[in-house]
Design a protein around this ligand. Sequence first.
Ligand code: FES
Length: 149
Amino acid sequence: MAEQSQPAAADRRTVLRTTALGVAVAGVGVTAAACSSSNSTAQGSTAQTAAGGSSSTVASSKVPVDGGYIDTTNNVVVTQPSAGEYKAFTAICTHQGCTVSSVQNNVIQCPCHGSQFSAKDGSVITGPATSPLASKTVTVAGSTITYGA
Ligand code: FES
């Protein structure tokens, strides 16, 4: 009996300890993954661009004036700073590699540490980032916007 209850108690402690560690590690993992996965995606995107200069398209209706469209697959943010004027930039923050999360009032926002970039030219509005978002090519044909390297 006593032998059965001791292992059970040990198991419970082990489970609790493991759970507590698991939560702590998972919490750290989420933060790290947000930045590191974006980093590796950015590297993949750069390699892809260098290899073939790939491009993608989006309907202009998905890119609001003073706002933007974030292509998280290709890591590009397409903006429309004024009616009919389209711009595209890398969606990878120059601070630590997170993917930008929104574009409002011509401000591209990074969710990780609060950097803000201009939707007009990619320049830094608010740090900690110190370098602008690199521009991408943009062409408009009718209601289709093509963007890429
Ligand atoms: S990664 Fe964008 S502000 Fe830090």
